[in-house]
Design a protein around this ligand. Structure first.
Ligand SMILES: NC(=O)c1ccc[n+]([C@@H]2O[C@H](COP(=O)([O-])OP(=O)(O)OC[C@H]3O[C@@H](n4cnc5c(N)ncnc54)[C@H](OP(=O)(O)O)[C@@H]3O)[C@@H](O)[C@H]2O)c1
Length: 344
């Protein structure tokens, strides 16, 4: 049987509310028809990986699990009948392995690294349909950042958000999704306003192309400066990652008929809403959950055409996954945090 061997995996175990991360040996079963074995080169971390461990995520599994959804690797072996890949191909994982195209369905809403094991292992197995080619101009560390944060931003800004030249997009904070949202909005010809708790980070956002910045710690009611920066018109699109404490500000910051792509809940999930802000603004509010393979492939074509490189803030050996998660939690790194699995 092709591709049968031994690997090592990171494993998360939650007991009495305490999460432990440790390394285990895993036996890799023989490949079934249409399965592909991938040797992991790099894995990128997301806020979700911390949220799950701390119990803030609805996806938290009630058993030990292999974490992480975002990998780039090299095809090691293919099962019978595989036509999409050959050994040696460089591929990225799909956050929702069954979401190929169209709308998300209950059947395809089964993400990696939660209810099913993720890619935090030296080799992972995927259905041949559940992989995309890694863009050739990207390093493995860069390509590993695409499956969740980049695709979510692509969906929020381009697919659902429809940013275009002349529009103004507001991105909240300087996390992984927001950095990609900035890059895609600039690619589309839009102007970008960024918020952050840190003036130094706002400088970094300006260096990456942001046209204006607002410190949300100094100015919790940041919709007022957002309105004045757009001559009172308001922004066309907000990529909402804050949730509680930011959603009402987003409603006040959009133009009449403007849109909010609702992505996250960094500061909490529940906030009382005055519905007058919604109808008064003619707001278009759309929830976003990552994206399909079709969107991923469209995003990759844009990344290649525009030679966009993800912002990678720190790369650590995969054995230091615990330290990497602590760094993500501290939030002092601008750019994605990536685990290196030691493949050239
Ligand atoms: N719906 C989906 O499919 C999907 C996909 C990916 C992520 N998400 C969600 O989206 C959110 C962002 O994820 P991520 O991976 O980009 O997180 P991340 O990289 O950990 O982002 C952390 C940054 O968010 C900023 N932040 C925190 N609270 C904020 C607030 N109240 N207002 C504005 N910015 C704030 C901070 O920026 P500063 O340090 O600059 O202040 C912080 O550094 C999370 O809630 C995550 O669960 C959802």
């Amino acid at each position: 049987m092709p591709g049968s061997s031994q690997g090592k995996a990171l494993t998360v175990c939650v007991e009495d509310g305490e999460a432990r991360l440790f390394m285990t040996d895993v036996a890799l079963p023989p490949l079934a028809a249409h399965e592909v074995r991938v040797r992991t080169a790099a894995v990128a971390l997301n806020y979700r990986d911390i949220a799950m461990i701390s119990g803030k995520s609805i996806d938290r599994p009630g058993r030990a699990y292999i974490p992480f959804s975002d990998a780039c690797g090299i095809v090691e072996a293919v099962g019978d009948g595989v036509t999409r890949w050959r050994p040696g191909d460089r591929v990225c994982s799909l956050f929702f392995p069954e979401w190929i195209a169209g709308a998300l369905s209950p059947e395809s809403r089964r993400p990696l690294g939660a209810a099913r094991d993720g890619v935090g292992q030296t080799m992972f197995t995927a259905a041949e349909q559940a992989l995309v080619a890694a863009p050739s101009h990207l390093s493995a560390a860069e390509a590993a950042t695409l499956p969740c944060a980049a695709l979510t931003a692509w969906n929020a800004v381009m697919h659902s958000g429809a940013a275009k030249p002349g529009s103004v997009v507001l991105v909240q904070g300087t996390g992984g999704v927001s950095l990609f949202a900035l890059q895609f909005a600039k690619m589309a010809g839009a102007a970008v306003l960024a918020t952050s708790s840190s003036d130094a980070k706002l400088q970094q956002m300006r260096a990456l192309g942001a046209d204006g910045g607002i410190n949300y710690r100094d100015d919790p009611q940041w919709s007022a400066p957002a309105l004045s920066m757009t001559d009172g018109r308001g922004v066309d699109l907000v990529v909402e990652v804050g949730g509680a404490g930011t959603f009402t500000e987003s409603l006040k910051a959009i133009r009449l008929g403007g849109a909010i792509s609702v992505v996250g809940m960094l500061s909490g999930a529940v906030e009382p809403i005055d519905v007058r802000h919604i109808y008064g603004r003619n707001a278009r509010i759309r929830g976003v959950t990552v994206g399909s393979r079709e969107m991923f492939e469209a995003m990759n074509r844009a990344l290649v055409q525009h030679e966009i490189h993800p912002v990678v803030g720190r790369v650590l050996p995969w054995e230091e996954a615990g330290a990497a998660m602590e760094a993500l939690q501290r939030g002092d790194v601008v750019g994605k945090i990536v685990l290196d699995f030691g493949l050239a």
